[in-house]
Structure formats: C-alpha cells, structure tokens
Ligand binder design. Structure first.
Ligand SMILES: N[C@@H](CCC(=O)N[C@@H](CS)C(=O)NCC(=O)O)C(=O)O
Length: 290
C-alpha cells in the first residue's frame, strides 16, 4: 500500500458513546471518507474500554480516542479530536473553526458548559431520586454497571499496582452498591438526595445554555466546534429522558420538573435543534436519537 493510501488516523469509538459522536459528526462535516481512516469499535457496554491495551491509548478509559503517526501521543478528548480533524483538512468540507474572536469565545464557553458535571447526561441515564426511578434506570443499565464493576475488580486483582483499576473500581462501587442492594440503605438515601441536587444544577446549567446560544448556529452565523459538541449531549439526554421523536422535549421537561417545577426548554435551543436536524451530518449519525 502506498503512503498516500495509508489511513490518516485511527478513531476509537462506540455506538453507545455520546462523546464519540463528536468526531463522527466532524468526519461527516469534513467529508472524510471511510477508506481514509481506520475505525475501531470498543465495547463500552461490555467494559471493553477497561482493557489494558485500550488504556494505553486513552488513560482515562473513555471514548473516543484518536491516534495518528503525526502525533506523539493519542488524543483522549472528543473536543480535541474534533479540532484535530478540522486542522487536518482545513479547506475541505465545512470549516469548523470560529471565524472571529466573539464566536471563538462563545464556542469555548458552550463547549465547557456542555462538558461540565452539571450537564452530565449520566444524571438521566444512571441516577434516581426514588425507588421507582431506580427500578427504571436499573432495567436499562443494571448489566452495564455490574459488568463494569466485575471487570474493574478482576483487573485490579490481576494487576494491583495498575494506576487505573483500583481507583476506578472504588469510584464505580458507589453506584454499583445502590444498584445491587436493598433500597432502604443510607447509601440509597444519599444517592436519591444527591440526584435531586444534580437536577437542580442541571436545570440551572440548561438555563445558561439557553442564554449562551446564538442563532442560527450555537456560537454565531456558521457551524463551529460548539454545535458538534452540543448535538451528541442533547440527543443522549432527550433519548434517555424518553423523547418519542426528535422534537419531543416534554419527557425531559417532566423529568426535570419533578425537582424544579418551573423548568422548561427555551425557544433558542428548540430553534437551534431544528436547524441542526437539516444537516446531512446529523441525518447520517442520528437516524434516531441515541
Ligand atoms: N471528556 C471526555 C469524556 C469522554 C467520556 O466520558 N466518554 C464516555 C462515553 S460517552 C466513556 O467512555 N465513559 C466510560 C467510563 O467513564 O468508564 C471527552 O469529551 O472525550
């Protein structure tokens, strides 16, 4: 194979990963073709992201990651991978870099906000405020949480000095215990209480997002990195809140209103989301919400 036919980079992703969709949207916007890169699917649901080999690529054990001969170390953050793809092919497809200082500043703020703990979609996927909600999230994620714990503990036992496994097993153990023990324990009480606090912070950050959005695109008049970071987050949140179609915000609103009665999804976000649904990249990566 001649050098110009060699794959330009390898992207590690998972169908189940929200953040892996950031670079996958970027690949579509840039018009990068499948033969130009290698795509490796990691089994996030089966804890494949905790394989020792994958941890050598992404030390956080998260998806996505990108490797390429031109970089000494892999890229471990979705936002960095997206910028790398844009710089790799600056004049091809959509130019995603903000074109002026104000757009750049707004894009950076939006990206920080949507990646913040306050908007972490795991609040909706994995946590609960009462036993009824706990049964609901367990119905979908029990296997995910218990498989992670088993794999982390097995790996920690096999390799006790590994810097990742012990702390990660301890970290996952909190939610693991709540999923696997009777729901009358003090741990459950604390979990339900902190989930309530999480929803308050989520509603507040959602309001910040609404006021930061510029239209028609997130940071201004053209598509930027910001849009492609917000899309996967919103899709994941809507999907796991139980939305019946792309523009169904009612399920999310009713979930958040249980803690914050006045919560509603504002007009800016709704309008932005409509604009985004017209893009070919979106249609390709999101035939359905996920
Ligand atoms: N800040 C990271 C977050 C990546 C992340 O948390 N990815 C999730 C999937 S969407 C993951 O791999 N989680 C596995 C874990 O935390 O064990 C990024 O934007 O790339």
């Amino acid at each position: 194979m001649s050098t110009d036919r060699a794959p330009k980079f390898t992207i590690y992703s998972s169908e189940a990963s929200q953040w892996a969709m950031v670079p996958l949207l970027g690949i579509q916007e840039k018009g990068i073709q499948p033969h130009e890169y290698e795509h490796r699917e990691i089994d996030l649901i089966g804890a494949g992201n905790f394989d020792a080999e994958y941890l050598k690529i992404n030390h956080n054990g998260t998806l996505p990651a990108l490797t390429t001969p031109s970089l000494d170390t892999p890229l471990e953050e979705s936002a960095d991978i997206l910028e790398f793809l844009d710089r790799l092919e600056p004049s091809r497809g959509t130019s995603l870099a903000p074109k002026d200082a104000a757009t750049k500043e707004r894009a950076a703020e939006l990206i920080t906000l949507v990646h913040s703990m306050d908007l972490n979609s795991n609040l909706i996927l994995l946590t609960a405020r009462d036993t009824e909600e706990l049964e609901k999230v367990k119905a979908t994620f029990y296997d995910f949480i218990t498989t992670r714990q088993r794999v982390l503990e097995e790996n920690a036992a096999r390799d006790p000095s590994h810097p990742f496994y012990g702390p990660k097993a301890a970290d996952n153990n909190g939610v693991y215990k709540v999923y696997t023990t009777s729901s009358t324990s003090p741990e459950h009480h604390d979990f339900f209480k902190s989930t309530h606090e999480g929803y308050k912070a989520f509603a507040n950050a959602f309001g910040q997002l609404e006021s930061l959005l510029a239209l028609p695109y997130a940071a201004g008049d053209h598509l930027t990195y910001a849009d492609l970071n917000i899309i996967p987050w919103l899709s994941h949140v809507l999907c796991f809140a139980g939305a019946k179609d792309f523009n169904d915000f009612a399920a999310l609103e009713s979930l958040v209103r249980k803690t914050v009665p006045g919560f509603s999804v504002g007009p800016e976000l709704r309008q932005w989301w409509k604009t985004i649904q017209e893009r070919e990249s979106f249609k390709k990566i999101y035939p359905v919400l996920h």
